[in-house]
Ligand binder design. Sequence first.
Ligand code: ASP
Length: 443
Amino acid sequence: MSIKVVKFGGSSLADAGQIKKAAAIIKSEPERRYVVPSAPGKRFKDDIKVTDMLYSCYEKASLGEDFSADFENIKKRYNDIIAGLELDLSLDAQFEQIRQNLAHAGREYAASRGEYLNGIVIASYLGYTFIDAADVIVFSDEGVMQRKETVHKLRERLADVENAVIPGFYGKSFSGVVRTFSRGGSDVTGSLVARAVHAAVYENWTDVSGILVADPRVVEDPVVIPVITYKELRELSYMGFSVLHEDAIFPVRTAGIPINIRNTNAPADPGTMIVPDSEINEETAPRTITGIAGKKGFCAVNMEKGMMNSEVGFIRDVLNVFAELDINVEHIPSGIDTLSIIADAKSLEGKEQLLLSELRKAVEPDSLEIEPEIALLAIVGRGMRKTRGTAARIFASLAHGRINVKMIDQGSSELNVIIGVNENDLHQAIRGIYDAFISSTLD
Ligand code: ASP
């Protein structure tokens, strides 16, 4: 029987009601053998995640301040869950131990207790084995997760465990200190477990029915992406899509394991499948465009010089100046006698004058200027490769919206088109392209 690893995010486990939903999902398929929970998240908009409660408790404890009221609130979150699940379970011994360790075991230890305690509760509710992540997720003493050792330990530990709950977000260093991933890191734990047990799929349960084609703050009610490849996801994530923790991709991607993003509150929805590139076929690309992302915060350094294209090493000399000043370069659109460097505005901050004078020294351009407030728009889709007229449709929609295009860059993979526009035009550009490619295909 194939194995599914299921990770549930904080909002899916925020209270007893949510945990019951998650448990029903787990129990509905016997393949769902290994469960990776986050700490309880927000129950309502202005609620505080248990992880954040633990961080502030730690701040107080480490300053020697009284943290008992904060700690009581954390205990209450768990005790309410235990009561709501009608469990015969007491966490008093664990609470006491955490309270005693809080000030000296470190900030990461404090934060990790959210997942640890939730893991115990959920294992008890499901009747599954609880496996402390500190015993199976390995970090170096510098806090870097050690993938090989981790996968090895997990594989060994899970070999004859039919069903288990392994809390997300933390592990232990070689010298025995509890360490955590960065925020949202339970995704990484789930990915490692999926890799270790050769899962058929890594299900990541959250509170949306999958990855949306565009940002819902920009486009009203965007549709869900049914299937996306790892490569496409990487392009979109780089341009601002936040779906999964970045480090969650690698362990499963390299093993060819798909990720299925699902909604705990709408379990019948199929969600989004993130699949290896080798698994795509005609049926999995019903649309030309998979996703549209946009990011502000760039600027264009535009230069012109007669006969630039016959000067060997011109671009190299320009790029050297950027490298020496430690400025991130994103794109280099060029003409015969013109060259623009699209750079990250933050990394250029405060260095504008120095950059201009160094460039003048290095390549003596006829004209040189910095154009601020550039946004980049990424239109990503494996379907573009075989669809003619995509570029025409993109530019027609931008022209229709009277949007001035400052730069165009199509990667050689034909997987994405990057367009530079003024920051003020970004949202309208995204909406226009969404209408042209997505709305037009809906009934
Ligand atoms: N509980 C941690 C956080 O809030 C980790 C996670 O939920 O993935 O960031």
